[in-house]
Design a protein around this ligand. Structure first.
Ligand code: SF4
Length: 413
């Protein structure tokens, strides 16, 4: 893979999310799904959790962890027959319910019921690693029509946060530009675009993998190794790709790895733009002010900004530019555009976020490098686990461990 510049996380704001005080938590309501994507590592079992089980898991979250949002996931949560009731329970317990779905089961009637029950937003997973029954798209660019359909459905109901997840592997890295270019046309409809790097058995390199001392074939857990290519994708590769399209692109905040302080496991960039003009990306101090302001007034770290607030990007920009040089440069661009085109005074300015998530990577000495302050912690049998590695717990009762062929153990965590 092409050499690209390293990222400089020390220049970004380190998101203050932790195990006990986070922006997001992750509730899985079923393993069942209405798609059968080859790369999915979940067995599609009809094991919908009962409302009692869900209430118990919510109680575990309440006792152990504060968070602003609750991602409701699966499988696909919309195939759970009591999804509306679940959303209501999450809302009544004090979280912002975010539904993580492939969108296939979402019609306008269900969407309105979910909004009435308290849904705060949706994260749609749409990409070419899926085998979708509602699309014949074979490129990410072709998938933009389906993304737009979901974004417009949410806009029709109004007041809902709209995000998209896209898995990125070596083969689709170049197409990141097509999705970004599309999202940038709709800052009013698309609030967040998330690129998640594909996991491959190549993670473990030359290591043999063991569970409870017994060798394990990890291709069972990490299917479709061919999609991963022969080298590991990192956040820096996606950043370089976005910059080919948008030279201004600049991350402002990150989560490091819990083993490698220089890794950028969650990388956030927030852009201010009107429908037809981009003004640039906010700086780290702006994100620090946003996070700390939210924690001071609401008691939780923020994720998924209120769509009403996203539309008030001009006010946000003016306030943040008081103490952030980078955001001040954004405001200056807005002013110079205003001088050239005075009628743009009334054009709304939107805040739109682009995120890159780099899941588990294995360091040279065998340590698994996880997101430090994982926002996607889920509950399983009364305990909190990284949701991205829950399959290991369910299948082997422990996390997998890489061991060098000469028998040496990884450095202990
Ligand atoms: S550790 Fe895994 S589950 Fe947690 S945020 Fe990172 S990728 Fe997601």
């Amino acid at each position: 893979m092409k050499n690209v510049p390293e990222l400089t996380p020390r220049e970004y704001y380190r998101l203050p999310w932790s195990l006990t005080d986070n922006a997001i938590s992750w509730l899985e309501v079923t393993d069942d799904c209405n798609l059968a994507c080859e790369g999915c590592y979940r067995p599609h079992i009809k094991n919908h959790k009962s409302l009692e089980q869900i209430a118990e898991e919510l109680a575990v979250f309440k006792a152990r962890r504060k968070s602003d949002c609750m991602s409701i996931a699966g499988g696909d949560p919309l195939v759970h027959p009591q999804i509306v009731e679940i959303v209501r329970m999450v809302k009544e317990a004090g979280w912002k319910p975010i539904i993580n779905t492939n969108g296939l089961a979402l019609g306008m009637k269900l969407l309105r019921k979910l909004k009435d029950a308290g849904a705060y937003g949706f994260t749609f997973h749409v990409d070419t690693t899926q085998i979708r029954s509602d699309s014949e798209a074979v490129t990410e660019k072709q998938h933009n029509a389906l993304r737009l359909k979901y974004a417009q459905m949410l806009a029709e109901v109004g007041g809902l946060s709209c995000s998209f997840n896209q898995t990125v592997c070596v083969d689709t890295l170049d197409q990141v530009k097509d999705t970004i270019e599309w999202a940038q046309q709709y800052p009013d409809l698309v609030h967040t675009m998330v690129f998640i790097l594909f996991r491959t058995p190549e993670l473990y390199g030359d290591y043999d993998v063991f569970a409870n001392g017994k060798p394990v074939d990890i291709t069972k857990t990490y299917e479709r190794p061919d999609w991963g290519g022969d080298s590991l994708l990192k956040a820096k590769h996606v950043v370089a790709k976005i910059r080919e399209l948008d030279a201004d692109y600049q991350p402002c905040a990150y989560l490091s790895g819990d083993q490698d302080p220089n890794s950028t496991k969650w990388l956030l960039a927030s852009r201010l733009a009107s429908k037809d003009q981009s003004f640039g990306y906010v700086g780290p101090r702006s994100m620090e002010a946003i996070q700390n302001g939210h924690h001071f007034f609401k008691g939780t770290w923020l994720s998924y900004t209120d769509p009403k607030q996203n539309r008030r990007g001009r006010t946000t920009m003016m306030l943040l530019s008081l103490f952030d040089k980078q955001t001040r440069a954004v405001a200056k661009r807005w002013f110079s555009n205003l001088l050239k085109k005075p009628s743009s005074l009334f054009d709304p300015v939107h805040m739109q976020s682009f995120m890159v998530i780099q899941p588990i990577d294995v360091l040279e000495d065998g340590r698994a490098n996880m997101c430090d302050g994982c926002p996607d912690m889920t509950v399983h049998e009364g305990e909190l686990y990284w949701s991205c590695r829950l399959e290991e717990i369910k299948e082997y009762g422990c996390f997998l461990q890489g061991v060098k062929p000469d028998g040496s153990q990884p450095r202990p965590h």
